[in-house]
Design a protein. Structure first.
Length: 519
């Protein structure tokens, strides 16, 4: 069986993954707060942990993995959106408006994540469906001395959990000094966080032992993870396998989840492995509305549909995410997404050229049994290496590289190379037939024109280099000829020689800065 190794944020090292129960591998990923469209940054953890879900299902069996991703549908931003509709004259109750807004936003979220090629999780609980479980957990924390009630609020007593800060690697005092914490007269300690807060008549609320109110954010995930992944386990086994999310959730959300869950069930471990994906950048900067580099998944889809007649740019967004390792920041500026779209089109074109027969289920099983893609993903989700492997196969199909070590003797069987490439692409979450539109001639032409427009003299510079190369070859100065060729290839220029001379085209990832100036 394939050994999976994952970097555990808690231990700060890469570890061999051994599930608690191989017949029920359990994964929890923090989901969205459903008040508006998902922005591009929301898509990265979905894609990253979708790949993990696919890998776990491949190794342990499709029916032996439980993946839970929640919807936070009780939140001040949701309330504000509903109140705005009511203030605009909608006569319905606030509860009805909130439900309409969250239902609508969940539908949008599903549409957008489907467009990114993500599988639906096994369970998608809504926080409002688990209020009773949250109240029960809070009552238990009060009874054990880990929480207290003040003025209709219930707060978690942070200093009652001695390991608080272990996940993020900071002490409580350091966090107080360096973090913005809410100072309130009803708190025993500035770091204590809210488990339950009161609701006035205008806000949604539920009856509780502490009055009408609503839960704090952190208790929601603890209650849902416990109820869906650990409810039938004895107290000393109250643990599940993997808890994941964006790095922005490490503190305070995940730190608080651990504290309240471990205090509620001190014999258990809560989550054995913690995984965090790094942030998404746009043009080298964190996404921000004030910087003008903030956009939603839907905005990108609609933009490319209008400009390039690409019905769904989602696969290109997915590929861009997978081109970077999940533990490193990645830039998803538009030009990178456009280059990924071109790459998908090239993949489709050259693989389709060499596939004469359909791929059977047996083909898939046999190919995946020895695929370097599985090896790469099993090594801490090394998606960049998986993409590089596919690039190598496609390069062989287009007559470029020869044997590269990680491809065996079947490299000479181009149909088998094409099958391997297609199976690898599909395992990474791409529907092969959907990639055809990324090879539409008009779209490719426009995307390449946009790449060229970034530097108006690129074509002239490439032309001059090719002229110099032709002169060097004529003079039998092959060292100079090869040096010019290597410079062009390093910049991402594909050269095709013929009797009539050399032609060229830009590869995905073309970098005009590497051309230099003609000598």
């Amino acid at each position: 069986m394939t050994e999976i190794r994952l970097t555990n944020t808690k231990s700060r090292r890469k570890e061999a993954f051994e599930p608690i129960d191989r017949k029920n591998v359990r994964l929890y990923v923090c989901g969205p707060t459903v008040y508006d469209r998902a922005h591009l940054g929301n898509g990265r953890p979905v894609v990253v942990f979708d790949v993990l879900f696919r890998l776990l299902r491949h190794v342990y069996g499709e029916g032996h993995v439980t993946y839970v991703r929640n919807f936070t549908d009780v939140d001040d931003k949701i309330n504000a959106a509903a109140l705005a509709r009511k203030d605009a004259g909608d006569p319905r109750s606030l509860e009805a408006l909130i439900r309409e807004r969250t239902d609508e936003t969940i539908r949008w979220y599903h549409e957008d994540m489907d467009a990114l090629g993500a599988l639906r999780p096994t369970q998608e609980p809504r926080a409002t469906e688990w209020i009773g479980a949250m109240i029960a957990m809070i009552e238990d924390l009060i009874a054990k001395g880990h929480a207290y009630e003040r003025e209709g609020h219930v707060l978690f007593r942070v200093r009652s959990y001695r390991d608080y800060g272990a996940l993020s690697g900071r002490s409580v005092d350091d966090m107080i000094a360096g973090a913005r914490v809410e100072v309130a007269p009803f708190k025993e300690d500035p770091m204590d966080f809210v488990l339950w807060k009161p609701s006035d008549d205008e806000l949604p609320g539920w009856d509780s032992p502490w009055g009408r109110g609503r839960p704090g954010w952190h208790i929601e995930c603890s209650a849902m993870a416990d109820g869906l992944l650990m409810k039938d386990l004895p107290e000393n086994e109250r643990s599940f396998d993997i808890h994941a999310g964006g790095i922005d959730l490490q503190f305070p959300h995940h730190e608080n989840e651990i504290a309240q869950s471990r205090c509620a069930h001190p014999e258990g471990e809560f989550a054995k492995v913690w995984m965090h994906n790094e942030m998404l950048l746009v043009d080298g900067k964190k996404m921000s509305k004030s910087l003008g580099n903030f956009f939603t998944v839907r905005e990108l889809i609609e933009e490319y549909r209008k400009q390039f007649a690409v019905d769904n740019i989602g696969p290109a967004i997915r590929l861009r995410f997978l081109q970077g390792h999940y533990r490193a920041p990645i830039d998803a500026a538009r030009h990178y997404i456009e280059q990924a779209s071109v790459k998908l089109g090239l993949w489709w074109h050259f693989i389709s050229e060499h596939l004469d027969a359909p791929i059977t289920d047996k083909d898939r099983r046999d190919i995946l049994a020895t695929s370097p893609v599985i090896e790469a993903l099993a090594d801490d989700l090394n998606t960049p290496l998986a993409v590089t492997y596919i690039d190598g196969l496609v390069s062989r199909l287009r007559g470029g590289i020869q044997k590269q070590g990680y491809v065996d003797a079947e490299l000479d069987d181009l149909e088998m190379v094409a099958k391997r490439a297609r199976v690898a692409i599909e395992f990474l979450g791409f529907t092969f037939d959907d990639l055809e539109e990324h090879h539409a001639p008009v779209q490719l032409k426009r995307l390449k024109e946009r790449q060229l427009s970034a530097s108006a003299d690129v074509g002239v510079r490439i032309g001059r280099l090719l002229e110099e190369r032709a002169e060097a070859r004529k003079a039998r100065d092959f060292a100079r000829s090869d040096a010019i060729r290597d410079r062009l290839q390093a910049a991402g220029v594909l050269i095709k020689d013929s009797r009539d001379g050399a032609t060229w085209e830009l590869e995905p990832g073309f970098d005009p800065a590497k051309l230099g100036e003609p000598e």
